[in-house]
Write a protein that binds this ligand. Structure first.
Ligand SMILES: [Zn+2]
Length: 418
């Protein structure tokens, strides 16, 4: 059954979407107060102003009331299947999540990339739903959302889970929802447990409007569970140390792959339509072992020049970036084995899992430690391929590179510094 939005299951929470206060417009829905993002015009009925900041979600204007979906709450026991056994660290984190929900406080799971973060939340989700709490799984990254949805529907086989992102919508009754932050405008005081994946990821880390959407969709006594491999200092401070659980081991038990760093100026080589020898040698080595390769570049301008050089030797190479209209097709082609080497901007730094993957970073001096840790975290995630290679090519050393190496080293020793 598809949920249909009728007036009876929505509630008016504001008489109008856009209000004028002290001569300035304010959007009640998204909180926008930037006057350049309001558009006014007149028609037969008079003047009307709407907010351009959130217009992709339908218009919030000075004429129509704003409605939200009225929350319903009911208890439901949801069995789930997990096709691997949680290790001791994961079990501990799982218990802490249930405990946080029970005792009504926020919690942060600070876990290495590939720790199996999603799976750790299942018991908490089950616990919350059995008490009639509404659960929301949210991520700022669109690519991550679909992946999470698939994993949740795979585990909770009988559950009807809503999926809200971009154009795609699967709507049940909004008691268990997977959503991007942008789609939360339709909910107020609705979710009792909110799990935020990749909390430090763009754009949430920088966008207060989106942050306020999460707070508004949360019920008064709601609990937030933050999942992250690279928490910001502010978040660590906000959550409080006693409410942070760290997971230093990957789910398969093997250590994180330690990046190897090479100092060389790739741009100089590209001028001569070449790549550094070390780079070519390692790329050849990866290809000869039938591995897949991601090459990360700091700027979109580098995509084509690198592709042109690599094309001389390997034909199965493609480029990808966030505005790429063929983004999905190219990723599918790589999954189907038609593409071996993907040259990419940072859009693939999170949420993507391939087996037998090596990553190369070009001009690593432009990446911060968070980015480098996420990028390196793509490698060795699969049970059948836990090793893999991470190569960073940089013009010179940076604090970002040093920190990324240091944090990886510490994690592998089971030592987390907050
Ligand atoms: Zn707005």
């Amino acid at each position: 059954m598809k949920f249909t939005r009728t007036k009876s299951n929505t509630t008016i929470y504001s008489k109008v979407g856009v209000k004028k206060e002290n001569g300035a417009y304010k959007c009640i829905r998204c909180g926008n107060q930037n006057q350049n993002l309001f558009y006014s015009y007149s028609d037969f009925f008079g003047d009307v102003t709407y907010c351009m900041h959130c217009v992709t979600l339908g218009r919030s204007d000075s004429r129509k009331p704003l409605r939200v979906i009225s929350p319903i709450r009911y208890r439901k026991f949801m069995p789930y299947v997990l096709n691997f056994e949680l290790n001791s660290e994961q079990l501990k984190a799982q218990t802490r999540i249930v405990d946080a929900i029970q005792h009504n406080h926020d919690l942060m799971i600070y876990a290495v990339t590939g720790a199996g973060k999603t799976e750790i939340t299942f018991r908490g989700i089950q616990y919350a739903r059995s008490l009639g709490m509404n659960v929301l799984f949210v991520s700022p990254r669109i690519d991550v959302i679909r992946e999470i949805y698939l994993r949740l529907t795979d585990a909770f086989k009988d559950a009807r889970i809503d999926l809200l992102y971009g154009e795609e919508k699967i709507e049940a009754d909004f008691v268990f929802t997977v959503s991007t932050v942008h789609q939360l405008f339709n909910f107020r005081n609705h979710y009792d447990v909110i799990i935020i994946d990749e909390v430090d990821a763009f754009p949430l880390a920088r966008d207060e409007v989106l942050e306020s959407q999460i707070q508004q969709s949360k019920s008064t006594n709601g609990v937030i569970i933050y999942l992250t491999a690279t928490p910001s200092k502010t978040l660590i401070k906000d959550v409080k140390k006693e409410h942070i659980v760290s997971i230093t081991r990957r789910y398969h038990g093997d250590p994180l792959v330690m990046p190897k760093v090479f100092f060389t100026n790739v741009k100089q080589h590209l001028k001569k339509k070449k790549l550094p020898n070390s780079f070519s040698r390692l790329l050849k080595e990866s290809m000869s072992k039938d591995r897949k390769v991601f090459i990360f570049v700091p700027h979109i301008d580098l995509l084509e020049p690198i592709k042109n050089v690599i094309m001389k030797e390997f034909k199965t190479v493609e480029t990808i970036f966030s505005g790429d209209p063929h983004r999905k097709e190219k990723m599918d082609a790589m999954r189907n084995g038609h593409i071996d080497i993907m040259i990419t901007t940072t859009i693939l730094e999170r949420g993507v899992t391939f087996k037998c993957l090596d990553v190369f970073v070009i001009h690593g001096e432009y990446f911060d430690d968070t980015s480098l840790i996420q990028i390196a975290g793509r490698v060795g995630r699969k049970l059948e391929d836990t090793k893999g290679n991470v190569y960073i090519f940089a013009k010179h050393n940076t604090l970002g590179i040093i920190k990324a190496l240091e944090k990886t080293y510490r994690f592998n020793k089971g030592d987390v510094k907050l």
